[in-house]
Design a protein around this ligand. Structure first.
Ligand SMILES: CC(=O)N[C@H]1[C@@H](OP(=O)(O)O)O[C@H](CO)[C@@H](O)[C@@H]1O
Ligand SMILES: [Mg+2]
Length: 529
């Protein structure tokens, strides 16, 4: 790695002294104005990662479902997965280096400890629709070039598109946006051939005023020809993620903007600002009936089991990976009714992904709608051998092409849900009644320093501060079918509270009680909950 230009370039991107970025649940995220230094350094880091792996890496400038004024960076390994967790510590150290000398010193240390070879580094860079994107993409590019790497500017893309393209490069397969669309469409058409519903299906999609809207518009004509009519809302005229988008719908349980008055029969979906999360919903009274990531995982598991029934030979191990935020009813359904193995991991798809790859078919979804279905290389090989004679093998192979094998992808997720509903001949109502969600509530508590809250057992129990878990246990014991946990957010400066119970009142009360315990034991700031 050529570090001779690094210090000079680094001077253009000074870090403000009191900014201490931290690689959170999915990369760095902060107010956009603070981020040029972080993104510059991530550019350099991903060039180093490219040399280390002898592959093309990726970087997406996005703050996902967060407000327009925020931005962030998501880092992509050559496999198309997120940056390997061992390297997060380098990302943290580099991002926090105080000045250009320090940046150089950190990269030199990285170069030595990872034995980074010299050679050609290449980093694919994409961005979402935020106004701050241009400046930050410039910073990323400068960071890549400052260590002698080549930046490939891929422009406006969804996060999962860039992950998919990086993976395709790795596999030596076509990696343009055109091939992204055509590959999903081919798989969709193949899975529905001879099985499509007789009438066109209409789906209203709340696009969060983010990057997914334009991308879905590009797919609209071809999907209409295949019997799926997309009615796109919040396509960019309004404010990004404000009053709309998958995070708003899943957490606030309210109809997004531009979706009122659509009628209770309207099938609706909502994606987030960088189109890696997906939830479905049906308008219901003043609110909505939510089909979250857990429901999508259950539908995917049911569909995959139905396909596997037609497959000869040894049984295929299906694992479903969830976090503590998964509704208790979903876990019970997957385990007891479908007989799937369920694994619970800490929050963040990097943790779920890590477990999902251990199964022949690993289905992972966070309750917020971020997830995908992974097929193991061994299973794919077996399916390829069988495909000439077995339609089930062909269907499963098509499914592996339909579902983004790199990361959770809202666009691919929509196609998965639509195929599964049509192939299982299921209405949204039937999907909804696979199991009934336990009422739940999520709250946030602002505290002086969220890092004093530490957890164990996949974040289901708090270890510190003293007394927090004990008080939480008492509150849970008083609540019929109660369950609650707290954890420091990895993306926001808050402690998150989750509670569920047999009634909504019970869940609300439990969440409030726990929020008060957090406020009391972890030095809450601002008004008490
Ligand atoms: C409760 C919740 O939805 N948490 C989200 C949120 O992380 P936090 O660490 O909870 O802020 O953002 C992550 C990145 O998008 C996502 O992976 C995760 O599920
Ligand atoms: Mg997102």
């Amino acid at each position: 790695m050529d570090l001779s230009q690094l210090q000079a370039a680094s001077k253009q991107y000074p870090k403000s002294p009191d900014f201490t970025p931290s690689y959170g649940t999915a990369g760095f995220r902060a107010a956009a104005a603070l981020l040029p230094s972080t993104v510059f350094r991530c550019g350099a880091l991903m060039a180093a990662r490219s040399l280390k792996t002898d592959g093309v890496t990726g970087l997406v400038v996005t703050a996902s479902h967060n407000p327009e004024a925020d931005n962030g960076v998501k880092l992509v390994d050559p496999t198309g997965y997120m940056l390997c967790q061992e390297w997060e510590v380098y990302a943290d150290r580099l991002a926090n280096a105080v000045d250009p000398d320090d940046v150089l010193a950190e990269l030199q240390k990285l170069q030595d400890s990872e034995c980074i070879p010299s050679g050609h580094a290449e980093v694919m860079i994409a961005h979402d629709t935020r106004q701050s994107a241009a400046e930050l993409v410039g910073a990323a590019r400068c960071g890549v070039e400052a260590v002698g790497g080549a930046a490939v500017l891929c422009g406006l893309l969804t996060t999962p598109q860039l992950h998919w393209m990086v993976r395709q490069r790795h596999l030596g397969l076509p990696c343009s946006e055109e091939s992204y669309f055509s590959s999903f469409l081919r798989a969709y058409e193949g899975l529905l051939r001879g099985h499509a519903a007789s009438e066109a299906q209409v789906l209203i999609i709340d696009c969060a005023n983010g990057v997914g809207g334009g991308k879905l518009q590009q797919l609209q004509p071809q999907l209409a020809q295949l019997g799926l009519e997309l009615d796109l809302r919040n396509c960019g005229r309004g404010v990004l993620n404000e009053g709309c988008g998958a995070d708003f719908v899943q957490k606030d349980r309210q109809l997004p903007l531009e979706c009122d008055g659509v009628g209770s029969a309207a099938r609706c979906a909502s994606i987030d600002g960088d189109a890696d999360r997906l939830v479905y919903f049906l308008p219901h009274g003043a609110g909505l009936r939510l089909f979250d990531g857990d429901k999508i995982a259950a539908l995917a598991a049911l569909f995959i089991q139905s396909l596997l029934e037609g497959l000869q030979g040894p049984s295929v191990q299906i694992g479903v990976i969830q976090t503590a935020y998964a509704n208790g009813s979903s876990t019970q359904y997957l385990r007891d009714t479908l007989g799937c193995q369920v694994v619970i991991t800490p929050t963040g798809v990097k943790h779920l992904h890590e477990e999902a790859v251990k199964f022949d078919i690993g289905i992972y979804f966070e309750a917020n709608g971020h997830g995908t279905v992974l097929f193991s290389p061994d299973l794919l090989q077996r399916l390829r051998k069988l495909q000439a004679n077995e339609p089930a093998a062909r269907d499963l192979l098509a499914l592996a092409d339909l579902v983004n094998q790199a990361v959770g992808d809202a666009i691919s997720g929509i196609l998965l849900v639509e195929v599964a509903l049509q192939r299982l001949n299921m209405t949204m109502a039937a999907w909804g009644s696979l199991y009934a969600d336990l009422p739940s509530r999520q709250l946030k508590v602002t505290v002086e320093d969220r890092s004093i809250v530490t957890t164990t057992d996949a974040e289901t129990r708090a270890m510190t501060p003293d007394g927090l878990q004990e008080s939480l246990d008492q509150a849970v014991q008083r609540t019929p079918s109660g369950r609650a946990f707290v954890r420091p957010s990895g993306t926001e400066d808050v402690v998150r509270v989750y509670a569920e119970a047999s009634t909504q009142e019970g869940a609300d009360l439990l969440a409030k009680t726990v929020a008060r315990v957090v406020y009391r034991t972890a030095s809450g700031v601002g008004p008490a909950p």
